[in-house]
Design a protein. Structure first.
Length: 74
């Protein structure tokens, strides 16, 4: 599901085989995903902007895998 939902620009840059190998290598190092512990988000919208609208959003996910834990920042 991860690969099917990649942005088209990213899909065009990296062949599907390379994407699958990358995801497989992460799974090998971390083990199976056990749980999503938390999601934190932040969004910022500039109220006064003379050129164009700019929006900023960040997300942090705390993940627990069988062999380790990881923080994902988007």
């Amino acid at each position: 599901m991860l690969i099917e939902n990649l942005h088209p620009n990213y899909q065009a840059e990296f062949p599907v085989g390379r994407q699958v190998r990358y995801v497989d290598s992460i799974n090998h190092r971390t083990g199976r995903l056990e749980s999503l512990e938390s999601i934190r988000e932040n969004a910022e919208i500039l109220l006064i902007n003379f050129s164009q609208s700019q929006y900023f959003a960040t997300y942090e996910l705390e993940l627990i895998f069988r062999d380790t834990h990881a923080d994902v920042r988007i």
